[in-house]
Write a protein that binds this ligand. Structure first.
Ligand SMILES: Nc1ncnc2c1ncn2[C@@H]1O[C@H](COP(=O)(O)OP(=O)(O)OP(=O)(O)O)[C@@H](O)[C@H]1O
Ligand SMILES: [Mg+2]
Length: 502
């Protein structure tokens, strides 16, 4: 029945797009059915975001046609797209952090009253109606910057929905949402679908894709290589379509040998909310120590406190037998600690600079001691990180802003690798990274551990934390609920511990 043209809300034909010499989209055809959810998958840099930005008018396509609801369209920019039935939630949050939730929601389309004055009352009412419908509770008048990344992400999604569009594109919208928020979003998406709206859903998370999508399309290297009904395909077929080969195992063998205790955390508590409560654990040299817990359990806070970013109320951090309560990240970095933080933008990507600058900037030790790296050394180091991380780019002098989201993440990883940290803390390091590249990061983590470095890794993905660690500390509501040996535990035990202090 859906073969009838009228059943398609969106038809993309022969879409091509190049950036300079880089042909990113190579004649893509994709049809999206009315009232359906289309999943879009593919490796980092495959062209997913570019394709959707060409639809949304952020980029102008070089060739091809877009037919929306029976009419050919060619949006001049996002405003044009929004006014004509297409909305998009971008991969990277782009909000005015100083302004309120309501302001952000209505930016560029403030409703005016009959005197031509911005109608704040109406704005507040519409905003609160919308958030109530979505089941989101936030203070609408507080500035964006006071909200968690996940709340901000929910606001972006609410905004896209508020345009009453025919097609809504969601580019990795759940990257920092909590499980209940994801559930709310999915419920909302199903409601929209049942009202006849179509959604394009970009994600690297297989379970989500199978949960929510009616159909799945896969992009590889700028070409659409597969479209199937979700019920007619499986994870293995998707992976093969994405990477062009099958991956036998999702995790490499964890064959590192942890040595003596190198880091001790004793009775650590923090002063400000969310509070850590009396946390104690030891980590060994060459060990991969996982931190599991629900979003909000305090894992990020724990890493940040060790790294000197948060104020301690009590307790100590002991490193190589010496008290090391760092007062600042700089202090921690000088002692060989590194922290990859959760939010990509907060990692300090220098968006106007190239890969070389972004990769070597953290090597401040050299700068300070006066033996700055020469230009050649910087470029060489960057090329090496590009090779190790398999970063998809043209070369070290590419602008970081020209890389896909997942590839930018790899550059951040490479930057910290450049410092060869001995205690490497990672907060959700594979977020937004495709299956093939995830495997490479796991290999890298295990290799670093084998070389005697210590890894503390936070992950919300159960298979990942069970797949690459030696031991796992489970956090629950600011407490460390337990420490388990990875080989001797299972999903049920991790879930049980993570709910202990709720
Ligand atoms: N503004 C730009 N200038 C130059 N090249 C770009 C630009 N935007 C994207 N590219 C290139 O286009 C290719 C596809 O990028 P895109 O962002 O579409 O990938 P993606 O599939 O969304 O990946 P990810 O999963 O990492 O988000 C990449 O090689 C990227 O470097
Ligand atoms: Mg993308």
């Amino acid at each position: 029945m859906a073969d009838d043209k009228k059943d398609y809300i969106l038809s993309i034909k022969g879409m091509s797009k190049s950036f300079g010499r880089n042909k990113v989209l190579k004649g893509i055809n994709m049809d999206v059915k009315r009232g359906s959810i289309m999943g879009l998958m593919g490796e980092n840099g495959a062209g997913k975001s570019t394709m959707m930005k060409c639809l949304f008018g952020t980029y102008q396509k070089d060739e091809g046609t877009i037919v929306l609801d029976g009419k050919e369209v060619n949006f001049s920019g996002p405003k044009d797209a929004l006014e004509n039935g297409v909305a998009m939630v971008h991969q990277e949050l782009n909000q005015c952090l100083e302004r309120s939730v309501v302001d952000n929601l209505f930016l560029g389309r403030y409703p005016k009253n009959s005197f031509g004055v911005v109608d704040e009352g109406r704005m507040k009412k519409e905003a609160s109606d919308l958030f109530r419908k979505l089941g989101i509770t936030v203070n609408l008048t507080q500035p964006m910057k006071r909200m968690s990344v996940s709340q901000r992400q929910m606001c972006e999604i609410a905004k896209a929905i508020s345009y009453n569009s025919k097609v809504i594109v969601l580019d990795e919208p759940t990257s920092s949402l909590t499980a209940p928020e994801v559930a709310k979003l999915f419920k909302m998406m199903r409601q929209l679908r049942d009202q006849g709206i179509s959604l394009v859903y970009i994600s690297h998370k297989m379970d989500e894709i199978f949960d929510i999508c009616d159909q799945i399309s896969v992009l590889r290297d700028g070409a659409l290589v597969m479209t199937k009904d979700s019920k007619d395909t499986d994870m293995n077929e998707l992976i093969s379509a994405m990477v062009g080969r099958s991956l036998d195992n999702r995790f490499p063998p964890v064959d590192n040998q942890p040595g003596e205790t190198i880091l001790q955390v004793n009775g650590l508590s923090t002063k400000y909310a969310p509070k850590l409560q009396n946390i104690s654990f030891d980590v060994k040299k060459g060990e991969i120590f996982g931190l599991y817990g629900l979003v909000g359990a305090g894992r990020t806070e724990l890493l940040e406190t060790i790294f000197g970013m948060r104020t301690r109320a009590a307790g100590n951090v002991i490193y190589r037998g010496k008290m090391m309560n760092f007062d600042s990240p700089k202090d921690a970095m000088d002692h060989g600690f590194a922290l990859i933080t959760e939010e990509r933008k907060a990692n300090g990507l220098f968006l106007k600079a190239d890969l070389t600058f972004n990769t070597t900037i953290a090597n401040m030790k050299q700068y300070r001691s006066g033996i700055a790296l020469s230009n050649d050394q910087m470029v060489r180091a960057t090329s090496e990180e590009i090779r190790i991380m398999h970063t998809k780019c043209m070369g070290p002098d590419d602008l970081i802003s020209s890389l896909s989201g997942g590839n930018q993440q790899k550059v951040i990883f490479g930057r910290w690798l450049e410092r060869s940290p001995s205690i490497f803390m990672m907060d959700d390091p594979t977020r937004g990274i495709d299956v093939g590249a995830k495997y490479e990061i796991y290999e890298l983590i295990i290799k670093m551990a084998k070389e005697g470095n210590t890894i503390i890794v936070v992950s919300s993905e159960m298979p990942e934390i069970l797949g690459i660690t030696n031991r796992i500390g489970v956090m629950s509501n600011g407490h460390l609920a337990g420490i388990v040996n990875t080989k001797e535990t299972n999903q049920e035990e991790l879930l049980r511990l993570s709910a202990m202090y709720l």
